[in-house]
Design a protein around this ligand. Sequence first.
Ligand code: ADP
Length: 318
Amino acid sequence: MKKIAVMTSGGDAPGMNAAVRAVVRTGLHNGYQVYGIYDGYEGLTNGDIRLLGRGDVGGIINRGGTILGSARFPEFKEKSVREKAIEQLKKIGIEGIVVIGGDGTYRGAQALTEMGINCIGLPGTIDNDISSTDYTIGFYTALQTIVDSIDKLRVTSMSHKRCSVVEVMGRHCGDLALYSGISAGSEYIITPETGFHKQLVLDKIKESHNVGRRHAIVVVTEHLLNVSEFSQEIEEFTKYETRATVLGHIQRGGDPVAFDRVLATEMGEYAVDLLKNGKGGRAVGLKGMDLVDYDINFALSKKREIPKKRYGLVGRLS
Ligand code: ADP
C-alpha cells in the first residue's frame, strides 16, 4: 500500500486544516495510508509522524490554524539535517508529501524532492505573496478579519472626527492592504508596491479634513513605516485627531471563510492526484477559475503581477 504524508509549515493560515483534511481523505479514497507530520520540517526531522484516519481530520474544515502545528526551522537548509528527515520517511516507507506553506516551505519541498522524496507545495499563507497563484489559502479570511476591524474603527473615528492609520500584515506584498483598503473605503493605502510618499498622504488627508469629512482611513503594509510616529505627523499637519492601530496576529486567526475552504479542499485533492501520477517538485496554484501546477523553482522565481488597475481604484474613489 502506498504511503504519503501531509504537513503544514511556516506561518499558519486559516484554511490549512481544510487542505489537510482533503489530502487525508483523497489519499484514503485512493487506497493510500496517509501520515500527518507534526510541527513542519522540525517534526519531520525528529520523526513526529503519525498515521491519520478519516476521523482524525473530522470537525476541522471550519477551524483556523493547523491541527498539525507549524514551526520555523532554519536548520532544514542544511543537507545533513534533511538527510535525517529522509531517514525518518524511509523508516516508514513514505514516498511523497504534500507541504502547505509559503515560499520558504516551497524551498524545503524542492530540496526534499531533489533528494528523492516527491513533494507537492500548496500555497498556505495569509500574505498572498506567492506569484504562482492568484490567491493563497488564508488570504481571504485574513482580509475579512481586517475589513471587520477597519469597519469598527470607522464607526468610532466618524463619531470623533478622527483619522485612523491601520497597519496590516503582508510582508513584502501589499495585497492585504490593497484589498482591505478597497473593501473598507479607505482614503489612502501605502504598500511596498506604492512606496511611501509622505507629503502626498499628508496633503490628501488634509484635503479630507478641509472639506469637512468626519473621518479618514489610511491602510499601511507592515515594515514600511512607524505608524505611531506617522499618526503624530498627520495630526500636526492636518489637524485631524489621529490614532494608530496595529492589527497584529489577530489577522492570522479566525475560522476560514468559504472561499479558503473551497480553495484548500480542491488544492488538497489536486496535490494527491499529482503524487498519484508520480509527480514531485510541483507547486499548485489557482489561475482564473482553474487549478494549475508549476515546477517549484519556476514558481519561486516567477515575478508577481501587480494589480495596477486596483491600485488606481482607491485614489479614484476616495
Ligand atoms: P513560509 O513557508 O511561510 O515562507 P518560512 O520562510 O519560515 O515560512 O519557511 C518555513 C520553513 O521552511 C523554514 O522554517 C525552514 O524549515 C524551511 N525552509 C525555508 N527555506 C529553506 C531552504 N532554502 N531550504 C530548505 N528548507 C527551507
